[in-house]
Ligand binder design. Structure first.
Ligand code: ATP
Ligand code: MG
Length: 588
């Protein structure tokens, strides 16, 4: 039992100017966190209590899903990362933490980095400690602070530089084993989000180089989320836009017959799809080919799309490059022979085709049939371009960004779109890390094989804020019982009356005995201030004790989610409080 006057809950009437979204405002106003710098926050006592509850529930469910808890260092020797598969790709998001320096490394190279996740630490550990199939599978997890140099930290704990994550890593002998571990974790996540009262949905997510369907993100639907979810209620399909496919291009689409000779025509000054769609050319965007130049692991490659489509960059992950970026204008001309605006992939028109790592065309270009593309000659385009006859395509694939309203790949119904907050991610990694670090096991025939890994993350601190984003009203936070910093708030309107405080302590003890965490508001404040604060901090059950009520022989009981106030006769007080707590626990 805590007394508000002796505790520390600095509530605010106004929200700080940099808080743009409701949950960020409430984090500050309800006295849960305070900002130190961009993306850096102190958890105040109330916020810390919520974090501790989330952590404990998470631990219980991950353990139930097979996880074994350990704790890895936050600071890693840079060499550990240099030996791994994604040093180049992750360098920029990692903070360096150098010592005074031993002079052995070049000053520009980091000596230590602060961990953004821990594949690079757990894999060498498992390599050193586990060698036999008899000791597998294993799934290790921790709940700890992560560091990421986010380009744009924002929305409070949502995208922070320092945040708390549950991260888990499974090691199996076979792919089937890895799928089992994955499914156990998926069930553990579902149980975790259910227990904390968050409506999170699992959506198919980008798998990077892995492919397949073993990547799900857990999303809490919210307007302010950073991710687009395309979904269909009819079929249950739900996918992050990064990964979403649609039924736009039927698999059995017949090849378009060529309609005429390939023909060059002058398009002086025309460098955009929109300009070519306008007079006098009037080539509709869906009759144009868009040719983009990218660089994968240092080698240029082309992506061809319909003029009306956009590239979904994440889908390039399927091509298997470690590091992908758009080519610079200076890099493009020597390869293509023209500047952006006149590029194309028609056979024989690319200046230095041999230097390309490939020409990858989106499936939807097959819908174009015959169209118009750049001639790789500044100021010229080609017409009557037939996909099958004229384009130099290495491989077709799904590279376009799916739009709302396109047919669901499963049912054909129009896909719907909503925004979501990514609170967790589960992923089968395969042998990417075990190959690199030599994490192998010997089977019963004394043969060596790489371990098949999975990785799993839950953003605990982001989840805290997502719960607020999902569960608040005009007056403040509405905590679910299971993670509320306190379950019962006893507002004593006349704390100077000994009988009022005595009753508060007595009812508090009853609630505690039933398993509730109790806060007594014993401050010398006006009732209005106390009620406003009570709503703001969002404690599920409020008991109000006042001198006037005591004279009438009652106190009041009110749920944060309900308007009505029940007058409880003092004679029934203890029993009613105990049963209210039990009722809430049963529902949680
Ligand atoms: P995002 O797509 O939001 O940048 P991510 O894909 O980089 O996240 P993961 O590497 O999969 O995230 O990390 C696991 C979880 O950690 C995420 O699902 C998210 O809940 C949380 N998380 C990631 N980055 C941050 C951050 N900067 N601040 C708070 N939580 C984060
Ligand atoms: Mg992610």
């Amino acid at each position: 039992m805590k007394l508000w006057s002796q505790y520390f809950i600095p509530t605010l009437k106004e929200s700080p100017a940099d808080a743009e979204i409701p949950s960020h405002k409430l984090l500050i106003r309800a006295g849960l966190v305070r900002k130190l710098g961009g993306g850096l926050y102190t958890f105040l006592p109330l916020g810390l209590r919520v974090m501790q509850k989330l952590t404990q529930i998470c631990r219980e469910e991950i353990e139930r899903g097979g996880g074994i808890e350990l704790q890895m260092p936050h600071m890693h020797p840079a060499e550990t990362w240099e030996q791994g598969p994604r040093w180049a790709a992750t360098r920029e998001i990692m903070f360096r933490a150098d010592s005074a320096g031993d002079g052995k490394r070049a000053p520009r190279d980091p000596e230590f980095v602060l961990g953004p996740t821990h594949e690079e630490v757990i894999t060498p550990l498992v390599r050193a400690e586990i060698t036999s199939y008899r000791d597998l599978p294993k799934n290790f997890f921790q709940i700890a602070t992560k560091f990421r140099n986010e380009i744009r930290p924002r929305f409070g704990l949502m995208r922070a530089r320092e945040f708390v994550m549950m991260d888990a890593y499974s090691f199996d002998t076979t792919e089937e084993g890895a799928i089992k571990s994955y499914q156990a974790m998926k069930a553990a996540y579902e149980a975790f989000f259910r227990r904390i009262g968050a409506q999170a949905i699992a959506v198919e997510a980008d798998t990077g180089v892995m492919g397949g369907s073993y990547s799900h993100e857990f999303m809490i639907p919210a307007e302010i989320g950073d991710d687009d979810i395309l979904y269909s209620e009819e079929s249950g399909y739900a996918a992050n836009r990064e990964k979403a496919t649609s039924g736009l291009v039927p698999a059995d689409l017949p090849e378009a017959a060529a309609t005429g000779e390939l023909e060059e025509f002058a398009t002086p000054g025309i460098v955009t799809i929109a300009a070519l769609a306008g007079a006098p050319y009037s080539v509709a965007a869906d009759k144009q080919f868009k040719t983009l130049v990218y660089v994968g692991d240092g080698k240029p490659f082309l992506v061809v799309l319909r003029g009306c489509d956009d590239l979904q960059e994440a889908k390039l992950g399927l091509l298997g490059f470690g590091l992908v970026r758009p080519a610079t204008p200076e890099e493009i001309e020597p390869v293509m022979g023209a500047r952006p605006g006149s590029l194309g992939s028609a056979k024989g028109t690319i200046k230095n085709e041999a230097s390309l790592a490939g020409i990858f065309a989106d499936n939807a270009v097959r819908l174009v049939g015959n169209g118009v593309t750049g001639a790789n000659k500044d100021g010229f385009h080609l017409r009557n371009v037939n996909v099958a006859r004229d384009l130099a395509v290495t491989k077709f694939g799904d590279f376009r960004r799916v739009q709302e309203g396109e047919p669901d790949p499963k049912s054909g119904h129009p896909l719907k779109l909503r925004r979501g907050i990514e609170v967790g991610h589960i992923f089968i990694l395969g042998t990417k890390y075990s190959d690199k670090y030599g994490a192998v096991y010997t089977d019963d025939q004394k043969q060596n094989h790489p371990m098949v890994m999975g990785c799993y993350g839950i953003g605990i601190s982001r989840t805290l804020q997502a719960i607020i984003e999902q569960g608040h009203d005009a007056d403040g936070v509405v905590w679910p019982w299971s993670v509320a910093p306190f379950h019962v708030l006893i507002c004593v309107l006349d704390p100077q009356l000994p009988e009022a405080m005595d009753l508060a302590r007595k009812l508090g003890a009853v609630a505690e005995a039933a398993g509730a965490d109790v806060l007594i508001d014993d401050r010398n404040e006006r009732p209005g201030v106390k009620f406003k604060d009570a709503d703001l901090i969002g404690i599920p059950l409020r008991l109000t004790i006042g001198g006037k009520g005591l004279k009438e022989g009652i106190f009041e009981l009110k749920w944060r989610t309900q308007k009505d106030v029940a007058k409880i006769p003092l004679t029934e007080g203890e029993a009613r409080v105990a049963s209210a707590v039990k009722e809430a626990q049963a529902k949680a």
